[in-house]
Write a protein that binds this ligand. Structure first.
Ligand SMILES: C[S@@+](CC[C@H](N)C(=O)[O-])C[C@H]1O[C@@H](n2cnc3c(N)ncnc32)[C@H](O)[C@@H]1O
Length: 344
């Protein structure tokens, strides 16, 4: 090597920048040992005895794996459910089409003459599921004095009546009135006969006055009583109707009439009815299938019971709804005039 060339090499070495020198210098070993190239550093025991190594989390591929057996079960279940929903939808669409094509008369009350024999069996299960027994019991518990039950059907309320003039003494020491008499009325002679049979079976030795009539609820007269040998017109203390407004051609007229046969000051009309829901989607289903249901069962299940009650002009004492709003309970009384309010 020539002298000037050796001098240039020596000068270059001597003038290397500190940064470049640092970069090219070998790296010092990490303070903590590394588990592997991807894992977290392992803390030496002496660093802090309270610190623990962080848990090793599963990788994405480890979390998403599912056994082929589970995947098969889920797949078959999804297919079964979607097939069933498809089947239900197809049947519903077919029923709606058929229902809408029917021409059903407004008055379908004659259907009960054919269905009376199977009525109880047909509705038993749905009434159980909807716990209608307790709702009927609570309503009929309120009945007292001379009672009129219209649209009595097969007498499904009979088990809940507390007959006899005196029911007992309440917590305040006051006598609680029972049912002094009961008059059962229905348009269908077959229904009335079933009610009579049930009543006689349930109360074989009952001395209470009971009557069974085939009659239109809108034409029931006020009860007649004999006072000192003279016949006088009285009133019913309680009028009961369960699931009846759906079956009659003019429910408003019938309710108005019932308001004239119940005692004007203290009398009550007790209703347990079914009809329109709180929800539009339920009402759509009821509306779509109403003609077929009315034709088969004699009942328009999409009626607005609240509207019927408002149009009757009767006063609402109590009101309650269940089952998406389709079951309606009402305690009503005749609307009071100013004079009657003063008297009460
Ligand atoms: C759905 S059933 C209800 C029967 C019973 N009240 C119950 O809760 O199970 C309706 C009943 O109302 C009767 N009905 C229909 N229109 C009537 C009317 N204008 N007067 C009296 N009863 C009537 C039918 O004959 C039938 O027995």
């Amino acid at each position: 090597m020539s002298a000037p060339r050796a001098a240039r090499g020596a000068l270059k070495k001597a003038t290397k920048t500190p940064a470049r020198a640092a970069a090219s210098a070998p790296k010092p070993a990490s303070r903590f040992p590394i588990a592997d190239s991807t894992g977290p550093p392992i803390l030496p025991n002496r660093a802090n005895p309270h610190l623990k190594n962080p848990p090793v989390l599963p990788t994405a591929s480890e979390t998403t794996t599912m056994s082929p057996r589970v995947m098969t079960i889920l797949g078959v279940s999804a297919l079964t459910v979607s097939t069933y929903i498809g089947y239900l939808y197809a049947s519903y669409s077919r029923e709606v089409k058929q229902s809408q094509s029917l021409s059903v008369p407004h008055d379908v009350s004659d259907r009960y003459n054919h269905t009376a024999g199977s009525f109880d069996a047909d509705i038993e299960m749905s009434e159980k599921l909807m716990r209608m027994g307790s709702k009927r019991a609570a309503l009929i518990h309120r009945a007292h004095g001379n009672v009129l039950e219209v649209s009595c059907g097969t007498g499904r309320n009979i088990p809940y009546y507390e007959l006899r003039e005196r029911r007992g003494i309440n917590a305040q020491g006051r006598m609680v009135q029972g049912c002094r008499s009961v008059t059962f009325v229905d348009l269908s002679p077959e229904m009335v006969e079933i009610t009579r049979g049930k009543f006689e079976k349930q109360f074989p030795d009952e001395k209470v006055r009971v009557e069974f009539r085939v009659q239109d609820a809108a034409e029931v007269p006020r009860p007649g009583f004999s006072v000192e040998g003279r016949k006088q017109e009285g009133y019913y203390d309680t009028v009961v109707q369960t699931m009846g407004l759906c079956s009659m051609p003019d429910p408003v007229k019938t309710l108005k009439h019932l308001g004239t046969v119940v005692e004007p000051l203290k009398g009550e009309i007790l209703l347990l009815e079914h009809g329109r829901s709180h929800y539009d989607w339920v009402n759509r289903v009821l509306d779509n299938l109403a003609p077929a249901h009315a034709d088969r069962h004699g009942c328009w299940w999409n009626r607005d019971i609240g509207q019927i009650v408002r149009e009757s002009g009767l006063e609402v004492v109590e009101e309650k709804r269940w089952h998406f709003g389709t079951t309606w309970k009402y305690v009503l009384r005749p609307a009071r005039t100013g004079v009657e309010l003063e008297k009460s």
